[in-house]
Design a protein around this ligand. Sequence first.
Ligand SMILES: [Zn+2]
Length: 429
Amino acid sequence: MICSLLWNNVRNLAKKGIKVNYKWLAFLVIAITFFFETYIEWLKIKSAKRPIPDNVKDIYDKQSYNKWLAYYGEKTKLSFIRHTISYLTVFLIIGLDVYANIVKQLSLKGDYLAAVGVFIADILISFIYSVPHEYMDAMIVEQKYGFNRMTKKTFFTDQIKDVVLDIILTSGICCLFIFLHRTLGDWLLLVFTGIMLLFVLLIVFLAPAIGKIKNKFEPLPDGKLKERLFALLLENGCTVKAIYVMDGSKRSSKANAYFSGFGKSKTIVLYDTLLEQMSEDEIVAVFAHEMGHNKHKDTLKMYGISILNVVVCVFAAWKLVSVPEIYLDFGFEKLNYGFAFYLLATVFLAFFSPFFGLFSGVLSRRAEYAADRFAAENGYKEALISALKVLSKNSFSCLAPHPLLVALTNTHPTVSQRISALECIPKKE
Ligand SMILES: [Zn+2]
């Protein structure tokens, strides 16, 4: 809505003959986003010094608190550096018409070739600064504090797999967009949105298969734990195809669990690290929390939000390609679809993501409280409180993030907020 209003104002100025310089407009929006994101980074740094709430004071002892402080300091510093470099890169790319020059120098003629050229150049440029950052993050900082379990080989193979997948996916989607825009004109809006929604559904159904590209999944071995988990599923009328254990320990010692897929083909994935670090009661409590999400159809609601995102993005992309003069301001001779997608990501989405985040964050945090409540109502209140403490301790969570940071960026309430909410639930008789 806000976007449409702003856009219409800009278009009205252009219609009145007032020359709108789209490059300066992009600079202005990126600068606002940059200052906002810098503020977020600063809030992260500030969160280290906040007093720890009483109900989570026992998570770290003095020694591990000092270790956490050093870890958190290094993580936030690294994140701040990456943030600064990525914005500096965006300013340089736009200021120096880098992508228009690449298209000219390589004589990339034709809509498809020129667009894919911009895509590949952009993915490779971000690859150049993101790989050293990710390497520092995972192989140096996480390694130093004992979280990293990746070998250099796994790290680099992952990076290459990601970049190849990224090039194939984004180029494919962009080429389809070009084809539909050229053949269908404005009908593209309807058809492309439909295709993208099918694509989101396909990703959901293929998620287990996609997961197998990077990880190994073994069925949960028979035993007491498996019996308890299936009994809990049965009690709550849930049907699942299987419970798998994933080798999360291949990459990190941090633990997790999730439901994947839909209907009868649904599977549950437990990280092997979860099984290593928790007692049986705590594992069942985490499982009950995940079941709560499943019972409340939270995944489905989150897909609803993704669908809303897709609709907004397709609409914005269609608006961007319908004004060819934009591209002249960035050094191109005509509309470049690849650059339209670049503007969509770095200007439009970067600016509006915090608004989406604010909205989806509220829903997501509410869903977390409800899933915790579900676990507590199944008799796992104490076990879940203790599991949350184990999870925080083992993943070195920040125990007292700034409230504004939680409101703006967190999908989960803080562990202290979750424990407070759990403590208010009356004990099951
Ligand atoms: Zn959850």
